[in-house]
Design a protein around this ligand. Structure first.
Ligand SMILES: Nc1ncnc2c1ncn2[C@@H]1O[C@H](COP(=O)(O)OP(=O)(O)OP(=O)(O)O)[C@@H](O)[C@H]1O
Length: 245
C-alpha cells in the first residue's frame, strides 16, 4: 500500500501576469508513482510543480491530492536559490523540520542527530559546520536532498534535481529517489534528460503548456508526441492571454 498520495490535475490553468504558463492541463499520477514531468523550455513545468505544491496560484481547475493531509516537500531549482546567505549546512537540513517544530523552537539533540544522519546519507557526513557558501553546486544539491530526507514527505516534488551535478552525484541522488519510490512515496520530478527518464521513470507527463500525454513513459515519449510538443513550443505566443473557457 503506497504511503504517497495520488495527484490529480483537473483542467488546471496557472498564469504569470495573466499569460498562461499551464493551460487546461488534466493529468493523473497514481499513489506511489515515480513520474517525470518533461517538455521544452517554457513549457510550464516549474509553474506546474509549484502549483501542485500550493506555491503558485491556480487560476482555474484543481489539484487534488488523495489521502488525509499528505506531507508535501519541494526541491526548488538551484538557480533560484541564494547561496550567499550565511548559514551552516546542519542548519539548512534542520529547516526541513520547521514545519513540524516551528521555526523558533530550538532543535533538540535528537533533531540534530536526525539532521546529521541525513547529511551522512547523502555523503556529506563531515559538512555539518561548513557554511553553505563554501559548497560546490553538486555538494549543495546533496545538502538540499538531506533537507528533503528529514522532511519525510509523502509527496516529493523535484525541479531539475540533477542539474549542475556530476555523474557520481547524479547516481547517488537517483538512488535516494529510488529509495523514496520503494518506500511508496509519490515522487514527481521535472527533468530534461529524456534518456534518464526512459531508463528510470515508469511514468511521465509531457507538457507543452497543455498536456500532450500522461501515462507510461514509453508511450508518452513516442516520436509523434515529442514532435507535437516541439511544434507547439515553436508556435507559442508569449503575449497571449489565458482564455476564458
Ligand atoms: N516569474 C515569472 N514572471 C513572468 N513570467 C514567468 C515567470 N516565471 C515563468 N514565466 C513564464 O511562464 C512560462 C513557463 O515557465 P516555467 O518556468 O514554468 O517553464 P519550464 O517548463 O519550467 O521552463 P524551463 O524548462 O526553461 O525551466 C514561460 O513562458 C515563462 O517565461
Amino acid at each position: 500500500m503506497p504511503r504517497g498520495p495520488a495527484v490529480d490535475l483537473a483542467n488546471l490553468t496557472a498564469t504569470h501576469q495573466r499569460h498562461p504558463a499551464v493551460h487546461h492541463v488534466s493529468a493523473h499520477f497514481a499513489a506511489g508513482s515515480l513520474a517525470a514531468i518533461v517538455g521544452p523550455n517554457g513549457a510550464g513545468k516549474t509553474t506546474l510543480l509549484r502549483s501542485i505544491a500550493g506555491l503558485h496560484r491556480v487560476d482555474e481547475g484543481r489539484v487534488t491530492l488523495s489521502g488525509h493531509k499528505p506531507r508535501v516537500a519541494l526541491l526548488p531549482q538551484q538557480s533560484g536559490m541564494d547561496r550567499a546567505f550565511p548559514i551552516l549546512c546542519l542548519d539548512v537540513v534542520l529547516q526541513g523540520l520547521w514545519s513540524r517544530l516551528g521555526a523558533f523552537r530550538g532543535a533538540s539533540a535528537a533533531d540534530r542527530d536526525r539532521a546529521q544522519h541525513a547529511l551522512e546519507a547523502v555523503g556529506l557526513g563531515g559538512f555539518a559546520r561548513r557554511p553553505v557558501g563554501a559548497m560546490s553546486a553538486g555538494q549543495f544539491q546533496r545538502l538540499l536532498f538531506a533537507r528533503l530526507l528529514v522532511q519525510d514527505a509523502d509527496l516529493i516534488l523535484l525541479d531539475e534535481p540533477f542539474n549542475a551535478v556530476d555523474a557520481r552525484t547524479a547516481a547517488d541522488l537517483l538512488a535516494v529517489l529510488r529509495r523514496w519510490h520503494g518506500e511508496g512515496r509519490t515522487v514527481l520530478a521535472v527533468l530534461h534528460d529524456l534518456d534518464l527518464v526512459e531508463r528510470e521513470f515508469p511514468d511521465c507527463l509531457l507538457l507543452a503548456r497543455e498536456a500532450i500525454a500522461c501515462g507510461p513513459t514509453a508511450e508518452v515519449l513516442s516520436a509523434q508526441n515529442r514532435l507535437r510538443a516541439r511544434m507547439m513550443a515553436e508556435a507559442w505566443d508569449e503575449s497571449a492571454p489565458a482564455c476564458a473557457a
